[in-house]
Each structure stands twice: as C-alpha cells, then as structure tokens.
Design a protein around this ligand. Sequence first.
Ligand code: NAD
Length: 510
Amino acid sequence: MALFEAIPSETGRRRYRVKSPVTLESIGEFESATAEEVREAVARARKAQREWATRSFEERAEVLWRLVDAFVERQDEIADLVVQETGKPRNEAISMEVMAPCIQISHYAKHAARYLKTRKRRASGLMRFTKKVTLVYQPLGVVGLITPWNGPVVLAANPLAQALMAGNAVVHKPSEVTPLSALLLKELTEQAGLPENLYQVVQGDGETGAALIEADVDKVSFTGSVATGRKVGEACGRRLIPVTLELGGKDAMIVCGDADLDRAADGAVRGSYFNTGHYCCGTERVYVPEAIYEPFVEKVVEQARGLKQSDRGEGDVGAVFWDKQMDIIEEHMSDARERGARVLVGGERDRTLSGYFFPPTVVVDVDHEMDLMQKETFGPIVAIQKVKDEEEAIELANDSDYGLSGNVWTRDLERGGRIAERLATGSVSVNDISVTYGIPEAPFGGVKASGVGQVNGEVGIRGYCHAHPVITDTARKAQGGYPYTAESAERLRKAVKTLFGNRWLRRLIV
Ligand code: NAD
C-alpha cells in the first residue's frame, strides 16, 4: 500500500493524500501550488524582505527568541505531529525536531550579530597606505528552501533561522510526503510575530520545487537525495544563483583495535538505528579489525536484541517512513543475502505490527561489493565487515561515491584524530556517532556526491549573504596615471623588481 498517493482534484492541480507510516491511515491531503502561485509567493517575499533587511540584528533576534518560546510552549503538539507524520519514536521527535531546532534558533539569535557584523580589514602591501577595506554582509534577498522528509522540522527551522537573521525572506517547499510539519512551523513563526510573507510555505512535489528555483529566488538551500540534488544544481547553474546541496551519505564507522568495545558497540547501534536509519549521517558501514571482531559483534548483537519496536508509540526504533524506503531496504538486504551475508538479528520486515516496520538488524560477512556497503540504504541496519587492520578500514571507508560524515572509535584520541584527518568526508566524529549537524559551530556539508557547500555556524550563515567589500581610498589627491609613457612603464617595471625581486622584502610588504 502506497503511503503517498495522487488523488483526483477538481481544481486541475496535482492533489495528494498522505498516510501515517505507523497506522497506515490518512492524515491529510493537499494540492500542489502552481508555478504562478510560487512566483507570487516569491514576489510577496521580496517586498517583505526589503523592510526586514532594515531591521537591526537585535530586532530580528527578538522574533527568533519568541520562536523558541513557541517551540517550547507547543512541543507536545510538534512531537505528536512528527510522530504521526514520520513514525519516529517520541524521544527522537523531541530530540531531533524540538530540542535541535531550539538549540539552532537560539544560537543564531545570539550569535548572528557577531558572525555578520561589518568588519574592517587591513589592506596589505602598498595598498595599506591608501585603501580602507570594509566588509559588509548584505542579505541575498529571497531564499528558496527545499527540504526532505526525514527531519521535517529541523531541516527547515535551522536554515530558516540563519536566512532570517541574515536579513532574507524564505519561501519553503517542504517534502510532499511531510507537508504538515511545515505548516506547523509556519504557525509557530506567526505566533512569534514574524512579519507577514517573510516565511511562506508552498506545498507540492518535485515539479513545485523546480518551479521555486525558476521563480526569481536569489539562492537555493537544498537538502535531499543525490539524484534530485544534481537536478537542483543544474537548474541553479543555469540561473547563475548560489546553491547549497546537502545530499545523501554512506557513513563509515571505523573501530580501532584499542577501542572501548562497549562504547563502540553502543555507537554502532545508535549510529545505525537513530531515526530508523533515516539519517543522512547514519552509520551505514562498520569496519572492524579481525582481532576484536568477535567480541565487538557479540556486544552489538546483545544491544540490538534488547531494542523494541511498537506501533503504539513506545518503541526504541521507529517505523520505516514509507513503502519506497522499505523497498530499498529489502532490496539491499536480499542482495546481501544472495552474496553470502549472514543476518544475526532481524533482517525481515515485521508484519505483525500495523505499519511499515523493519526490525533493528545486524548483518555480518558483508563485503565491499554489496549494495549494503555501496548504496545509501537509509534503514535500521548495522552492517559489519571484518578487515585486517585499520589501514584496510580507512581504504574501504574512503572508497565510496559518498563523503558526508563518519566516525572513529579508539581510546587513543590522537590516533583517532589522525585517522579522522585521513577520511574523505565532510566531517568526522571520534568516539561518537555523527553529531556535526547538531553543533552549530561546526560547518556541515558533504564532499564527493554528498553535497556542495557547507551550512551552519559562521560559514553557513554567511552563505545567506553577499560579503560586500567597500574599498575607500584615503589618499589626499587623485591617483592619476595617465598619460602612459615609456618612462612610467619603466618605473613600474623597476617597482616590480625592487618589491618582489627581493625574497625578504616581498614577505614584509604583503
Ligand atoms: P528527495 O531528493 O526525493 O526530495 C527532497 C526535496 O526535493 C523534496 O521536497 C522534493 O519534493 C524536492 N524535489 C524533487 N524533485 C525536485 C526538482 N526537480 N527540483 C526541485 N526540488 C525537487 O529526497 P528525500 O527522499 O525527501 O530525502 C532523503 C534524502 O535526503 C536522503 O538521500 C538523505 O541522505 C538526504 N538528506 C541529506 C541531508 C544532509 O544534510 N546532507 C539531511 C537529510 C537528508
């Protein structure tokens, strides 16, 4: 049964029904906005943004602090809706979709002024005597925000807070399969007193997302799959507008020979099962040296067996979000089995529960050729591969089309740091699952197919701005230069030789 289906519409627009992955019952219907409506939303946003850009950081922050108040006041409502819409456990709905947005919104309310304050820069070289450089962070205008289903509140609220603090307006196209969370976020911004049209939600599918990119936005902030990210990148390239692409991952976990095995096993389980594995930085591959392989696997199995699933909202591991993801998980599992993998825990969809449930699973005897170790599975699976040593683990970890994040487990923190530096990923955790996105100070973004650009923190919020250098000439008279003569060219030639022909002097003046 499809959890998301097209249904007839009397208005001629594309109309959809969305169902809960837990109960499989309908939770809502919506119609896609037309391209014209999307353009109108962007035009309204542009008008609202002009006034917003004149407000001080303090005034903008005041609205964001009230948004945090709204999150706190309505946290039960947010959690209820997210559980219903996505099937994640209540704990994860609160930690990921309430607590994390509260941290992020508060962070930008407090620190945006520091990240974006106008700066004076010293010109170097001979320029220092006559040029004053002032760097002004100008808002870009209207940001098109396109988001996926796996973190429907946090993946919208975080970029929204940054874009707003930087003085922009946002038009948001949420995932068509989680349309309700975005509407609730909009209500929260209204409750916070955000001026009208600074945050608008246009509901719809991929076509609506494509229409948003064409609708005169000044930047696109996209989070989603690699396949869609390519299309979004191409469309932004044609329009010559900046874009950040936060895409899929295939994160590796490397367990070193000296790791605390209890802690590492806990990390494997949490890293692979958090958000039912529907986590872009979820642990999808675990590499373990043969010397510690047996005890490590034993501990993971023990922990996995202790976890519960429930269609009554009290489980540890939630529902698979929808039929499409279930198909991918089952395909990767059957490919692994056919190629000789052994399933130690779980492994088959649990049909005794009402919705789409795949049990917490542990698979061993996997190899590098399996889909399970190559493609994004996005399911609750710990896939463990035995390796000779850490060198082999690093080699395999890096031999991937993806490069989002990863984690290393060792008692020797320096060794952990050295291995982390060698991983071809956007970020790495040592002795923790990937938590980079949750730490606003850490720039977050993937390399290789996992994305383009970084979000969050100083780098991220500046991405919602144009760094606008204003160069002021402080000389007392015109610089002149004309007419060019053979003598003036000769003077220049000599100046190059004097200043840069001397290794000591050239270091001194720049
Ligand atoms: P998706 O690519 O199918 O959809 C993402 C969004 O793009 C949706 O809103 C969709 O309607 C829209 N869209 C589809 N076609 C479009 C087009 N042609 N132009 C513009 N917009 C279009 O992704 P999904 O299945 O919703 O999300 C899961 C994926 O997101 C996974 O691969 C996951 O790893 C990734 N993800 C990445 C991060 C990160 O920060 N790197 C975070 C969360 C999820």
